[in-house]
Design a binder for this molecule. Structure first.
Ligand SMILES: [Zn+2]
Length: 124
């Protein structure tokens, strides 16, 4: 499946980029799409910590899944604030170097649909 191959490439590059074993824990597409989007990591002060790095990895994964095959997307770091587009490698580097723009809470430019994506438990 194409997306899984893409994940593998992104994951490999990301691991190399950080020069350590930062595993993307969930590479199963269905599970990734059905679980609520985690954003607590955006508040992490330690951008070299595991929580933040995993958050960046998850964000890259989210953007990749929703990117319809494109290899670039707007960079949500504090410097670019979605004003520039880069490949995912560069974006993960920016997010660690500059931090994520905290005002960018709903990732609409990266495929998040606030109407259908679960941020909180759905009310039956
Ligand atoms: Zn940037």
């Amino acid at each position: 499946m194409k997306l899984q191959v893409l994940f593998a490439v992104v994951r490999q590059r990301f691991d190399k980029e950080l020069n350590r074993d930062v595993a993307i824990k969930v590479i199963d597409l269905e599970e990734a799409m059905s679980r609520p989007i985690q954003k607590e990591w955006m508040n992490e002060l330690d951008r070299l910590g595991d929580v933040y790095k995993q958050g960046v990895a998850d964000f890259i994964q989210f953007a990749t899944v929703n990117n319809r095959g494109s290899t670039t997307c707007p960079c949500p770091c504090r410097e670019c604030r979605n004003g520039k587009s880069f490949v995912f490698d560069t974006i993960s580097r920016h997010l660690i170097r500059y931090g994520m723009d905290k005002n960018y809470r709903v990732w609409v430019l990266h495929g998040e649909n606030p109407c259908t994506d679960r941020l909180v438990e759905p009310i039956d």
